[in-house]
Design a binder for this molecule. Structure first.
Ligand code: ASP
Length: 330
């Protein structure tokens, strides 16, 4: 065999090895992102059947602007030496307060035409975590999740008990009607879209924090709880590996413990954050669950894989460069 034939053979073997290692679905054939600089904050605003042909220019612009605004809000905190969890909360607040996303105002409706919200947060330095599920009156559920982490001996509070706790912690309480929007009511039973929001931040001290906030799945009933408030499924964070926040069909993300899977693959198999994130999304997709996740490691490497048509997503680098993406292949 000639030298060039041997060389080509080696290239083919190396290429197929890298494809096997990183999985076979979703965005796995190419790194889900490549950034030149250290990323300090990454966000998602939900995944699903998000296609350019279904989007008006105006609506696309509104999403891109709001994602940029959220990144800017978190970046300001990090730039001024703030903690990663503070950045995660302020970033998610921008999206919770916007009717564009399925979190806070604009949350999807349950089968009873109510809004029931879930949120969680986890800090990478001590792996402390907090979450709330099925709450109906807390304006910003991510703040309540943080209070559970900081000011209770518990990790997860649900329903009216969680609301009582949040009120006692001075959280803003609103009438359940606050969350209702006409377009989400029309959307009830209409489209398969996951509009959960999430953020992962890395602060000056090298500490990671991850958070997720959602209205859950449209038309849910029987007190259904998704992956977003479940530590390990929708959110996970460990300074030794990465911070992760997921969005998608929650039942499958719970069954594949998607967020923890990213951390475990990095910890026990030595995967990079992108290999681990992609493999996790592929495994969830193999079970039948579409969606995506964002992951940021302790060195500022980011990954944003998804198995759906699109995912609202973006990141900001340490120099303040903001990148926002919506569709596949962007
Ligand atoms: N993962 C969320 C849930 O299943 C839905 C979403 O991502 O929008 O509750």
């Amino acid at each position: 065999m000639s030298k060039s034939a041997i060389f080509s053979l080696i290239l083919v073997i190396l290429f197929s090895f890298s494809c096997t290692k990183t999985g076979k679905n979703s965005a796995s054939m190419a790194p889900s992102t490549s950034q030149a600089q250290k990323v300090v904050l990454v966000i998602h605003g939900g995944a699903g059947t998000i296609k350019k042909e279904n989007m008006t220019d105006e609506r696309e612009k509104a999403y891109r602007n709001k994602l940029s605004e959220a990144l800017q809000a978190g970046y300001e905190i990090l730039k001024n030496g703030g903690e990663s969890c503070e950045a995660v909360i302020k970033t998610i607040n921008v999206m919770e307060d916007s009717p564009l996303f399925n979190a806070g105002k604009g949350a999807v409706f349950t089968a009873d035409e109510e809004n029931e919200l879930d949120a969680s947060i986890m800090r990478g330095s001590d792996r402390n975590a907090g979450s709330v599920a099925g709450v109906r009156t807390i304006k910003n559920p991510i703040d309540a999740a943080f209070e559970v982490m900081e000011n209770s001996v518990h990790v997860m509070l649900t329903g009216t008990g969680a609301e009582e706790f949040a009120e006692g912690q001075g959280m803003e309480i609103v009438d359940p009607d606050y969350f209702k929007t006409d377009w989400r009511l029309e959307q009830l039973r209409a489209r398969k879209e996951y509009g959960t929001v999430g953020a992962v931040a890395l602060d000056d001290n090298g500490n990671l924090c991850a958070g997720t906030s959602t209205g859950g799945m449209t038309n849910k009933k029987w007190g259904r709880v998704g992956d977003a408030p479940i530590i390990g499924a929708g959110t996970y964070c460990d300074n030794a590996t990465a911070g992760i926040s997921a969005t998608g069909h929650g039942e499958f993300f719970i069954r594949s413990v998607s967020a923890y899977e990213v951390s475990a693959l990095m910890k026990y198999k030595g995967y990079t954050v992108d290999e681990a994130a992609t493999a996790s999304i592929d495994q969830t997709a193999d079970l039948g669950g579409t969606g995506g996740l964002i992951a940021l490691d302790k060195d500022g490497n980011v990954s944003m894989p998804f198995s759906s048509a699109g995912m609202y997503r973006g990141y900001v680098t340490e120099n303040g460069e903001i990148v926002v993406r919506i569709y596949k292949g962007e």
